[in-house]
Design a protein around this ligand. Structure first.
Ligand code: FES
Length: 326
């Protein structure tokens, strides 16, 4: 028997006796006594097992604290991973050690007895269970505290990714691009593009002047013919001398729609092969592939010096249709 256990003439046995006397029933259901060897911790050296369990839980708590600090201060991912790993491993081993060495291991066998119980029997059983529970757990306050602290800290640090890693609120950046009324059309080097720079059948990636490289503003300038093109009613003056401008951001998943097939007059997205029909009477409707919407068209005009300029920003949001999802 462990030195820590207080074997006794227990309160529950007294309760059973009282119940038996008062009810006249046989209340000899098998309730193990405190000194029953099956109720003793499995460890031969209980103090040593408690120390080991406490040490493991402490290491776990320290690991969680270091991980929280490392994440918050943006220390290296190696430090974050190592501290979280150590914390989880130590905490897990601490819990396992508690269960394996400090709790009764059984085996527990109970005789069958009559199912119906008198009130006194129920009371006697409750007293026995409460007494045994206290017996098993009453000296583990320190470990229990460590367990609670570790679980609490782990819960808090697990919220950090939610609080810090989702990035800034996008606000309205998906609703507008850098194009605005009067923006001059330039190529990737920043050179202004005139109305005759692109030959019939050709294509060019362009940006608004001053914003070369802006992902949301990248635009495909294509020229199916030398005549004005009307892709849809209301767009009669959007494509002067055959210069058509469409957003280069695919409406499926945002890949650059960078391939213009002159013969079929279609724009192709290389990611998942969406095809967009462009040209006279064809407002970049998707005719193949997963893209759900047409590519927005940028209205153009030619200024007095022959440079292409935007009449306004795109009339529709560019890119994947986040606003269509709820
Ligand atoms: S991103 Fe263009 S088809 Fe998928």
């Amino acid at each position: 028997m462990s030195e820590d256990i207080e074997p006794t003439h227990s309160p529950e046995s007294e309760a059973r006796e009282v119940a038996a006397q008062s009810s006249g029933h046989d209340t000899t259901f098998p309730v193990a006594a405190f000194d029953d060897p099956h109720l003793q911790p499995a460890a031969q050296h209980v103090r040593r097992a408690e120390g080991l369990t406490g040490l493991l839980l402490l290491i776990g708590v320290a690991g969680f604290i270091v991980f929280g600090a490392a994440y918050w201060q943006s220390w290296s991912t190696q430090v974050q991973g190592a501290s979280l790993g150590i914390g989880l491993f130590a905490f897990g081993f601490g819990l396992s050690s508690w269960g394996k060495y400090l709790l009764p291991q059984g085996p527990f066998v109970e005789e069958r007895h009559s199912n119906a119980s008198t009130e006194e029997e129920v009371d006697a059983m409750a007293a026995a269970v409460v007494g045994r529970g206290k017996m098993v757990f009453r000296r583990r306050g320190f470990l229990g505290g460590l367990l609670g602290i570790g679980a609490g800290i782990m819960g808090v640090v697990m919220l950090f990714p939610l609080l810090r890693s989702l990035g800034p609120v996008p606000k309205t950046i998906f609703d507008h691009t850098k194009w605005k009324a009067g923006s001059r059309v330039v190529d990737v080097t920043g050179r202004p593009i005139t109305v005759s720079d692109v030959v019939a059948g050709g294509s060019l990636t362009v940006f608004p002047e001053g914003h070369v490289g802006d992902a949301m503003s990248q635009t495909m300038l294509i020229r199916p013919s030398y005549s004005d093109i009307v892709t849809a009613p209301g767009r009669e003056n959007w494509a002067p001398q055959g210069n058509l401008a469409f957003s280069k951001v695919c409406t499926h998943a945002g890949c650059p729609v960078g391939l213009y097939q002159e013969q079929t007059q279609q724009l192709l997205c290389p990611c998942h092969q969406s095809l967009f029909d462009v040209g006279q009477g064809r407002p970049a409707l998707p005719v193949f592939g997963p893209a759900p919407r047409p590519l927005p068209q940028l209205p153009l005009y030619v200024d007095a010096r022959g440079y292409l300029r935007a009449q306004s920003d795109y009339h529709d949001p560019v890119g994947p249709g986040f606003w269509e999802r709820s």
